[in-house]
Design a protein around this ligand. Sequence first.
Ligand code: BTN
Length: 329
Amino acid sequence: MPALDSSIICTFLEAGGQPVSGDRLAKDLGVSRVAIWGRLEKLRAAGFVFTASPRKGYILKEVPGVLHPTLLDAHCRRLKVSLPVEYFESVDSTNSEAERQLANGKEAPFIILAQSQTAGRGRLGRKWHSSDKGNIYLSLALRPFILPERLKPFTLWMGLALCRYIDDNLGIKLGLKWPNDILSPDGKKIAGILTEARLDADSVRDLIFGLGLNISPQQDFPSELKTIASSLAHATGDQLDVNSLTAGIIKNIFNSWEEFKENAWVDSFKKDWPRYDILTGKVVTIQLRGEPVTGLVEGIDEVGSLKIKTSDGKSVLISSGEVTLSSER
Ligand code: BTN
């Protein structure tokens, strides 16, 4: 009875730690007290902790520390998230699942979300470590029918939107490493974005925005990632509520997409990119058509290309690539 469970949890979330009586739950939700009691027992078995306070009712004390579809649904309902969210305990890759569903004609927009991925994909054919639970692996699937060149700044805008959301809601300033790396304040990778598009004639038919965000403090990173990857909980030093954070991020990325689609992003992009950008003023090397180009980063242009001044004084605009900071080599 997921809908009833979600309504029960919504009531507890709205109560904000205050007791809720079984009577009130039964009346509000139109079921018997025995039915409520039965559902609370099921939720307890799934990791929710309710304490009973005599004559006052139940208090929600703890929620599961990993993604839980009913709890997530309750948070999405409270935030009025308006697009469908499909949850998987495990999937090969949320981007691949979104791609399959779009190819099968599913109506967009929608979100694919997983507790773990067996074949999480990163940029440039890399793998995205996805076996740890308590993180976010999600894809926003869209069918935008816009011209491909309009997409150029899309990934940068979405990365910026995520940094602003974390800053505003958790008080932690992440860093943006062009084009799509999101770093903790100590320079370790916390999140990555994989945007994939499918063109139809001269317009973008399917667009998938994939986000991997490490949240849980317990990460079982393979040895090659241990020194370069981190998590949000590690950076904030707090235990974070992954379900509430996921609902907020889903709402935020969808709103950010709508701003992008309606061209309502340009001014705040110009204003806010420099607040999170970590490359301007640094010397970097980028592979350009197989050749390394080294230079000083001067910022980005209005469509998100990286501006570099090389040692011979030439200005170069780079539209995609892998950046290595000189200090990282
Ligand atoms: C990168 O930094 O290389 C991008 C990583 C993107 C990972 C996310 S996790 C959710 C979505 N599904 C995938 O298979 N990849 C993206």
